[in-house]
Design a protein around this ligand. Structure first.
Ligand SMILES: [Zn+2]
Length: 260
C-alpha cells in the first residue's frame, strides 16, 4: 500500500514537472530566448530570477499564493492548473494500470498530448513534428499489439477513414458558416489518436471531445464567437478512452465491442 502511495506521488511529480518544462520551453520559444536576458526562469513582470521554491510545480504557486515573491504581481492560474492536470494524468496512469507496458506507453502518449495541448493554447497551432511523433508512437504501440488487439484494419479505419470523414464534415460546415470549424493540425492529431483507439473508440472520441468542447464553450465567459484551441479537448478525450477504452467501449457497443 505504501509502495502504491509513493509511486502515485512520484508519477504526479513527473507529470507536473514535464508540464512545467513544456510551459517554460514554449514561453521562451514564443517570447524569444532573450527575454530579460536570462537563461534561468524569471518573473514575467519584474524579470527577477526565480528561486527553487518558485519553480516547484503547483505547490510553488500555492505557497506563494499566486503572487510573485519579488514584485507581488499575479502569476496566471493556468500554469499551476496545467501542472496539476499533467500530474493527475500521470498518477491516473499508475493508479489504473500499475507498473505495466500500458502505463509506460501511456506516459509517452501523455507527454505528447500535454505538449500539443499547451502549444495549441499558446499559439493556436500544432507543429507537424508533434503530430508526426504522436502518429509514430501510436503506430509502434498498435504494431506491438497494444490496447485491445483489434487488428490493423480497425486501427487504420480509425486513423484514416474517420479523420477523412471529419475533414469532409468540417469542410462542409466551413462552406456553410464561413468559419473554420476544425484546424488542419487538429485533423492530423485525429489521425494519430484514431490509429491508437481504433474505429469504435474513435467514434466515441469525436463524441467526447465535442462534449468537452461544448461544456467549455458554455462555461467560459468570453464572447461566443471567439475560437479556442481544440487540442486540449482531443487530448482529454483520447486519454480517458486510452485508460478506460475497454469499459467505455463495452457500455456503448456491448458485445460487438471486441470486433470494432
Ligand atoms: Zn515579479
Amino acid at each position: 500500500m505504501l509502495f502504491e502511495i509513493i509511486m502515485t506521488i512520484c508519477f504526479f511529480i513527473i507529470g507536473a514537472s514535464i508540464t512545467s518544462f513544456f510551459q517554460c520551453a514554449f514561453y521562451r520559444k514564443i517570447n524569444g530566448p532573450g527575454a530579460f536576458g536570462e537563461k534561468r526562469s524569471f518573473c514575467e513582470n519584474c524579470g527577477h530570477r526565480l528561486g527553487v521554491i518558485d519553480l516547484i510545480p503547483v505547490f510553488g504557486w500555492l505557497l506563494l499564493k499566486g503572487k510573485c515573491r519579488y514584485c507581488g504581481s499575479r502569476i496566471p492560474g493556468r500554469y499551476p492548473l496545467a501542472e496539476a492536470i499533467g500530474g493527475l494524468s500521470f498518477s491516473a496512469l499508475f493508479f489504473v494500470s500499475g507498473l505495466s507496458v500500458k502505463t509506460l506507453f501511456g506516459a509517452a502518449l501523455c507527454t505528447l498530448l500535454i505538449a500539443i495541448s499547451l502549444y495549441d493554447v499558446d499559439t493556436r497551432r500544432i507543429p507537424n513534428v508533434m503530430n508526426l511523433l504522436l502518429f509514430i508512437v501510436t503506430a509502434v504501440y498498435v504494431i506491438c499489439g497494444g490496447l485491445t488487439r483489434r487488428g490493423l484494419i480497425s486501427s487504420l479505419a480509425g486513423g484514416l477513414v474517420i479523420p477523412a470523414l471529419i475533414m469532409l464534415l468540417a469542410f462542409l460546415m466551413e462552406k456553410k458558416t464561413g468559419r473554420q470549424a476544425l484546424g488542419g493540425g487538429d485533423l492530423k492529431m485525429l489521425a494519430g489518436t484514431g490509429l491508437l483507439l481504433g474505429t469504435g473508440l474513435s467514434i466515441l472520441n469525436i463524441l467526447f471531445m465535442s462534449l468537452f468542447g461544448l461544456v467549455y464553450a458554455a462555461v467560459r465567459r468570453k464572447k461566443k464567437t471567439d475560437a479556442f484551441a481544440f487540442a486540449p479537448f482531443i487530448s482529454a478525450s483520447t486519454f480517458v478512452l486510452y485508460l478506460f477504452g475497454r469499459q467505455i467501449g463495452g457500455v456503448f457497443f456491448g458485445d460487438v465491442w471486441s470486433s470494432l
